[in-house]
Design a protein around this ligand. Sequence first.
Ligand code: B1M
Length: 214
Amino acid sequence: MAQEILQEMSALLQKGKAKDVKRLAQEALDQGIDPKEILNEGLLSGMMIIGEKFKNNEVFVPEVLVAARAMSAGTKILEEKLMEAGVEPIGRVVIGTVKGDLHDIGKNLVIMMLKAAGFEVFDLGVDVDADTYIDKAEEVNADIIGMSSLLTTTMPAMKEVIDAMKARGVREKYIVMVGGAPVTQAYADQIGADIYSEDAATAAEKAKAAVLAK
Ligand code: B1M
């Protein structure tokens, strides 16, 4: 019975049916299913499938965004119960698109995959300057600072953040993760970032591996 409702939830999430996912999440809670099981088997499992399909070009941005909305709808229903159940995040990520850059679709996909992987995520939005990243990371005791850049002209802003971290003496406190269409592993190495990934699913995998290895 529990497996049936969770499988249905996962399938509906993959189709982006937010209202149905929300309804089933409530039904599952009402049936007494553990919120952690609902999160893992009903929501995250569906999102991971979408993430893999996106990586393999089997689905595209619109499908991922509607699935993300459906996941948020389900997660909201579970949030309170999950807090009560004491589900600890695996780590905290402060993330934003760098100064001068307004592109946020890719960043939002990365956020979704990070949440799906169990991270607590603090989204700073777009056009984020160095001090804002660092101040927030200090405030929430983050593990990772994530930066997205879509323009060749804004890529240097990533290095400015790393330089500001060094100047404030906090570079070693945080794992620095970078990405965005023009960013490459070579560029990430050049500016001294810790993690580069070319897509959202890999970003979440690498982030998880990095905090677990910490
Ligand atoms: Co812009 N734009 N844009 N744009 N735009 C590009 C990036 C461009 C390549 C288009 C082109 O000319 N072919 C070009 C950049 C050229 C360059 O620098 N080499 C460009 C330009 C020039 C501009 C403007 C300057 C145009 C103008 O005004 N003359 C302007 C700049 C505004 C600014 O930022 N200051 C501009 C504006 C815009 C819109 C506002 C219209 C809109 C953005 C809407 C929004 O984001 N809310 C827009 C869009 C949509 C694009 C394109 C078409 C699509 C970008 C996108 O969302 N891709 C883009 C062309 C293209 O890429 N084909 C383009 C889908 C997204 C899922 O992929 O963001 O790469 P992506 O994210 C991936 C990975 O990169 C990775 O994971 C994601 C998912 O797999 N990833 C990370 C991303 N961030 C990561 C962070 C990580 C890890 C992985 O760790 C922290």
